[in-house]
Design a protein. Sequence first.
Length: 710
Amino acid sequence: MSEKDYSYTQNRELSWLRFNDRVLEEAEDASVPLLERLKYVSIFTSNLDEFYMVRCGSLYDLSLINEDYVDNKTGLSAQDQLDAIYDRSKFLYKRRDEVFKSVNSLLKEQGIYDLDFGDLTKSETKFINKYFFNYIFPVLSPQIIDVQHPFPHLLNKSLNVICIVKNKEGKNLYGLIPIPSSLPKLVYSPNEGMRFILIEKIIYEYANEIFSNYKIEFKTIVSVTRNADIALSNSQIDEDEDYRGYMKKILKKRTRLAPIRLEFYKYSDSKLTKFLSNQLNIEKNQVQISNTPLDMIYVLELCDHIKDVNQLIFHKLSFNPYYPKIPKTVKEGKLISQLKKRDILLFYPYESMEPFLSLLKEAANDENVISIQITIYRLARSSSVIKYLLEACENGKDVTALIELRARFDEERNIHYAGLLEEAGCRVLYGFEEYKVHSKICLITRKERNKIQYITQLGTGNYNEKTCKLYTDLSFITANQAIGEDAMLFFKNMAISNLNGEYNKLFVAPFRLKPKLIEKINMEIENARNNRPANIIMKMNSLTDRELIDMLSNASNAGVKIRLIVRGICCLVPGLPGKTENIEVISIVGRFLEHARIYCFGTGKDVSIYLSSGDLMTRNTEKRVEITFPIENSILKKKIIHILDIMLNDNVKARKINDKGEYERVIRSVDLIDSQYYFMQEDLSQIEEEPIVKESFFSKLKNLFKMIGK
């Protein structure tokens, strides 16, 4: 086996950390409203938390069980990668502290005060004192750590006040106060609704009252992050135990897995750090000190509170409300009859999910509908999708839901919905031991005049009414018989555990997607070698699959022009002579999370366009059930090319990846083009009705940005 060429690839984890730094950059952007900037600090923090729980957790496991493992992009061992992550994290913590301090300072100018105890007025101090003894003190469970009271288990990401205390005999001990999750995250000033203090700061301040028979030598707030990457195996399930019951038990283990990070809030002590490191079995480089609150989940609650007490300030410091549009191409009345005449392509969040929900409701009550089959990965807390599936079941339709119980951090919700559907009489399937079902497909089967008709919805994102207003995704709905027959066959194959099915139109991972994409790339290589136009445009969340990266490098060397829009992880380093010189990569981070996956091959009328539920990550191409589907309708192709054109010309929220794998600003055009803002202003229905001429398109673009004052 030949040695890997690492010259044009970078490590997945370090690439992700660079992306998260890009998220933090949005919190620094003066053009972003202040409360939104605070949200970006919160998003950065929750991203980093999940990264440690999942990615560092996986690497930690690998470091223990597979000493021979090396990253196929860099040759680094699991421990090498962990050490690099811990080292890079120290820089990111300092960056976040600076940004958080700046944003907090600007919020104070607007009357929003994140208070320390010393900032409280006399009346506020009196109120907090009363609040502590009436509401906080009774629910606390402090303990001294000694021979009789061994070191307790610290729950994943829980906050704890920990102290070094001295008893009456002069002996130093450790005191611990776990902060109950039942307590509110914030306590607001009774007089000024926009002055607040974090609950952990109050408990920290009153530690002396809690350990009143000790002298406190030192105190701080700590949090432990644990490995949450649980490996599941059907061999662990008892024969008489159902899969949902097994998942409920497995989830309880998540809070008890190995520590992967220890965080101190503001203050640390060498003796205490050594004690905790020994108890948790972690190394010095796994310890981080943060001047930003360790749990930033309070930010959303704070924004809701400000909206309630001062709408003027809230609207001044937040993005203007945006409401997805119903496309003009979707008419009032029954959708099934419309779909017989034309396909529908919805572009979330600029266009509403409502047409799809209306279709589900219509199908649930259509006497000609025989069955509804759907894959479910992530749903909203109060899901209309579930409501209409239950309605269909009540109306005698055959309803099948393939629910992935292992959708990370959504497991409990999916278990709940699976139970609801089963109790109502729906057929519920649970996927496969080794392969998560990540596909987004819904098939409605009708029988009319003794003919079977199919309505198929395929998408790049989840059936989630909340995230479809926050994530950019594409949802394709068609009455195309060939696609419907593939969809029917897909659900049959899933029911009999056949992952190796053959399809006419669909590329289905784990066995058919990657070979088909390689075939498409090879066709463009052949075009380039024969001096024909050769182009590839791809949009995805992440690019990590080494085999596909190597294919793109081969295509670049053959002269294929390749443009990639990769929001997050990108293990390919572009612009390297003789390796990736014909490849450009941009990332767009803005108000909405870029989530759509689009794969385009060729140019002009002959361009092949595919949408997908999967990224070009090894987990998607080899370890998940994903569906990639063609867009063959010329009008909808035009719409997708238009969307890609705008994004590829973004020079406000886009950053390009340079030949060192780092992000830098895009310098192109004199007009500022923020692609997301552009789509918010545009009526995308016109794209499906009017031909776009390249010159007039950019003229329209220029005029629109003049009009909206960008």
